[in-house]
Design a protein around this ligand. Structure first.
Ligand code: DAH
Length: 338
């Protein structure tokens, strides 16, 4: 049998057995290397009669190119197989729960976002102010002079005699009114600080301040605005009740109650049987404050309110202790707003 045909048959069998690129490389050397099988055949040419040499030489050359084609085909098959194997073995399962867990928005963030969304839909602008504030904006501009008893209501962290951690987002009222002429419709969400710490008080908590200044604003506007917020945050049956109160920067001042979201006003342990829950302080902007900030109180008036975000979140989600908000216990946080 023609030696080249025989060699090709044996080669094909060995090629079949080849399972890796390394084995393939060894096979290439065995057949096409310097001292390989094909070279050996070529060396044998010289012993042949002169007339058959060219024919045999041509056969060997075509054998060589056939082997090369077969080796190249096998090489791409093996490469594809190896790649597939690597993809399978080295794949990272990014959906694995224990490796990457979904986050959830903090309940405080959820309530803050929701209220901002409601207020923006009513045409309010959302502002933020400095957490480190001067005594002037936090107290004095808001009609709370140095010896005023209202300062005792807000145990303050002082940095110097005049610089402090703001105790209320109301500080932004004065900052804004100094700069902007009416009409004003703004809310200011943010952190406030007081030296207080128990189950219902935290040294850091969140407030949202609201301020409207324009002509002919009334307590009815305030009530309508708060009713709308309550209907969106809780449900449309939620009622708003005003009780007379006192804040130096509003006159008259009110404390605002909502019908208890837990019992719908019938009376339960959350509302201590009254059917109402106190949620915020509000009132008509004190003319002193307007004039202090350069707005003519003979022409303009307005309303303001300040709500505690933790308090609203506690009511909405039935959370008993304010400290749960700050402990970052995943089991607590994960229950909200996936
Ligand atoms: N700043 C008050 C506080 O922290 C809350 C407040 C009451 C804000 C009445 C107001 C307001 O704007 O009109 O206790």
């Amino acid at each position: 049998m023609d030696q080249t045909v025989e060699l090709l048959m044996v080669f094909k069998q060995e090629l079949e057995q080849c399972g890796s690129l390394q084995q393939l490389q060894d096979l290439r050397v065995k057949y096409l290397g310097k001292v390989g099988e094909v070279t050996n055949l070529l060396k044998g040419i010289k012993d042949l009669p002169a007339d058959v040499r060219p024919v045999f030489g041509a056969k060997i050359n075509s054998l060589r190119s056939e082997l090369e084609t077969l080796l190249a085909d096998k090489s791409s098959t093996l490469k594809a197989k190896e790649m597939q194997l690597r993809l399978q073995n080295e794949q990272t399962d990014i959906s694995l729960n224990s490796v990457a867990d979904w986050g959830a928005l903090h309940p405080i963030t959820l309530i803050e976002n929701k209220i901002c969304e409601i207020m923006v839909s009513m045409g309010f602008e959302v502002l933020s102010g400095p957490e480190i504030e001067t005594d002037y904006y936090n107290f004095k501009a808001l009609n709370i002079p140095e010896d005023h008893p209202a300062r005792d209501m807000q145990d303050t962290f002082y940095i110097t005699d005049n610089i402090l951690l703001r105790t209320q987002t109301s500080a932004m009222q004065a900052r804004l009114m100094e700069k902007k002429k009416p009409p004003i419709k703004m809310i200011c969400p943010g952190k406030v600080f007081r030296s207080d710490n128990d189950a219902s008080h935290s040294p850091v908590f969140h407030q949202i301040e609201g301020l409207v200044v324009d002509k002919h604003i009334t307590l009815c506007d305030l009530k309508g605005t708060l009713e709308y917020i309550a209907s969106q945050l809780f449900d449309s049956k939620t009622k708003v009740r005003f009780r007379p109160s006192f804040f130096p920067f509003t006159e008259p001042s009110v404390e605002v109650d909502l019908t208890c979201s837990n019992c719908g006003g019938k009376g339960c342990s959350l509302c201590k049987g009254t059917g109402w829950i106190e949620v915020l302080g509000a009132g008509m902007v004190n003319p002193f404050v307007l004039d202090n900030c350069g707005i003519d109180s003979a022409k303009y008036n307005g309303f303001a309110f300040g709500m505690g975000v933790e308090r609203l979140a506690m009511i909405k989600y039935g959370i008993p202790d304010i400290r749960l908000f700050y402990e970052n216990d995943q089991r607590f946080i994960k229950q909200f707003g996936k």
